[in-house]
Design a protein around this ligand. Structure first.
Ligand code: ATR
Length: 271
């Protein structure tokens, strides 16, 4: 029987993870089936248990189950504990193990695919929700000169600053309209960016060497990407590379080798 994996979410029908993992496995001719499972909003633990009881080897988790997945695990990696969320699961000796590969995936895309160094740079992260909490640890580990978390609700940004303080990086919270100065790298994780309106941001954040990254991806540039381009950013990218890189990190955790992401990313871009 094939090795079985799945992504759990609600909704999950849009997920590209099956295509990505099937392409990874094909690189070494490995036999793997990766499916989408839409768990009921209140039925995630039962659906996950049924999957592993039925012989599933590993699961990914997406919105809205990442925090719940974290709470269900008997063992967590350091980065999952730090994120307070889990996107990669497996079961060993009856114990559910959880990891979080989102931040590593983001950093791999920024560094290896985009060629953007983060060390010593001024970073601005827009948003303070679960998506940001999931990536802050790996971003801080890159030793930027400064990282500012800006959010509509200032208190949420301040909570994240408290949680992630003490890692040797100047870490600050800001309201969106109180931002000033230019940043080297701007990363958007305001989820409104996927659907429609981007909140108004002050002028002067973007210089001609600023690079801008949206953690979501879609068929068209997001409002954040349009804003950054119009403001004169040197480069503007979506989050498709992060998706592929976090998948490669999960594949490595499960199967012990890291797939080549470049051809998979290129094929997804072709559509
Ligand atoms: P995610 O998992 O995507 O991070 P989340 O935890 O719901 O989802 O966080 C959503 C983020 O988008 C938050 O930073 C939210 O700001 P608030 O904390 O002030 O709610 C931000 N966001 C969503 N819609 C927004 C809007 N219209 N304007 C500004 N920020 C918005």
């Amino acid at each position: 029987m094939s090795d079985r994996y799945a992504v759990f979410g609600n909704p999950v029908s849009h997920s590209r993870s099956p295509d990505i993992h099937h392409a990874f496995a094909a690189q070494r001719g490995e036999d793997l089936v990766y499916e989408r499972i839409e768990a009921p909003v209140h039925g995630f633990p039962a659906a996950l248990a049924a999957f592993f009881d039925g012989g599933g080897l590993g699961a990914n988790v997406t919105v809205p189950f990442k925090e719940q997945a974290h709470d269900l695990c008997g063992e967590l990696t350091g980065r999952a504990r730090q994120a307070g969320a889990v996107n990669t699961l497996w079961r060993r000796d009856g114990v559910l193990h959880g990891d979080n590969t989102d931040g590593a995936g983001l950093v791999a895309d920024l560094r290896a695919n985009q060629g953007w160094a983060l060390g010593g740079k001024r970073l601005l992260v827009l948003g303070a929700g679960g998506a940001v909490r999931g990536v802050l640890g790996p971003l801080l580990a890159q030793a930027p000169a400064e990282l500012v978390i800006a959010n509509r609700t200032l208190a949420r940004a301040e909570t994240l600053v408290e949680r992630f303080a003490g890692q040797g990086v100047a870490l600050h919270a800001s309201a969106l309209d109180a931002l000033e100065n230019r940043f080297d790298v701007i990363i958007n994780a305001i989820s409104a960016g996927l659907h429609g309106d981007m909140p108004a941001l002050p002028d002067g954040l973007v210089g001609d060497a600023t690079v801008a990254y949206d953690m979501v991806y879609g068929a068209r540039p997001t409002p954040f990407m349009e804003w950054a381009g119009a403001a004169g950013a040197a480069a503007v990218r979506d989050g498709l590379g992060m998706l592929v890189e976090q998948a490669a990190e999960a594949f490595l955790v499960w199967r012990g080798w890291r797939p080549d992401t470049a051809p998979v990313l290129a094929s997804l871009r072709r559509g």
